[in-house]
Design a protein around this ligand. Structure first.
Ligand code: ADP
Ligand code: MG
Length: 171
């Protein structure tokens, strides 16, 4: 099936890290246990900033850092647990079992996944995809694309929240 026909896309541009965090913090209230968000972005585009904003929005006090060397960082103490994966250092999909990837993403929190595109067969059927690109002036274009019924409903309520300032992308 054609992804675009079944998908829904919104976008916003940000010019400061604070704006990226603010946008992310407006998504946090709409996340429930078992939700999966894929982060597909240029290096240094602002994935960590985005997840910091999610943590803030969930009421997590711990400092959010990059999971590159840990593969999975988890944060409790908020409304729901936050799981932040970076699959870059995994070579084989079998290693996902070792880190309880499947149990975790279907578990009690919201999961943010970097480099999920390395293991497309391991990704759930539906997910929200966040794409951040940087232009020559350093302006970030943040796109949110929903695949599947649950992701569409998240994106609909998030984009209806005036604090998100998301705009619908045609197509
Ligand atoms: P990534 O995790 O995608 O590699 P980080 O979030 O660690 O990226 O770093 C992004 C860097 O870009 C930070 O130093 C941040 O201050 C800077 N930055 C500048 N403008 C923005 C913006 N609009 N949104 C997010 N980060 C920005
Ligand atoms: Mg990072």
């Amino acid at each position: 099936m054609d992804g675009m026909a079944n998908g829904l896309t919104y976008m916003r541009k940000t010019t400061t890290p604070e704006a990226t965090k603010q946008l992310a913090s407006t998504l946090a209230p709409y996340l429930h246990e078992g939700d999966v968000i894929l982060l597909e972005c240029d290096l240094g585009a602002g994935k960590t900033q985005f997840v910091q904003g999610i943590a803030e929005g969930l009421g997590i006090r711990a400092a959010v850092t990059s999971p590159t060397f840990n593969i999975l960082l988890q944060y409790g103490g908020g409304r729901i647990p936050l799981y932040h994966f970076d699959l870059y250092r995994l070579d084989d999909a079998d290693e996902l079992e070792d880190i309880d990837f499947y149990g975790t993403i279907e578990g009690d929190g919201a999961s943010f996944i970097e480099w999920g595109s390395k293991f497309p067969e391991a990704m759930p059927y539906g997910f929200l995809q966040i794409n951040i690109t940087v232009d020559e002036e350093g302006v970030r274009t943040i796109k949110a694309h929903a695949l599947g019924v649950r992701a569409r409903s998240i994106l609909k309520v998030w984009s209806s929240d005036s604090k998100s300032r998301l705009m619908k992308v045609a197509g």
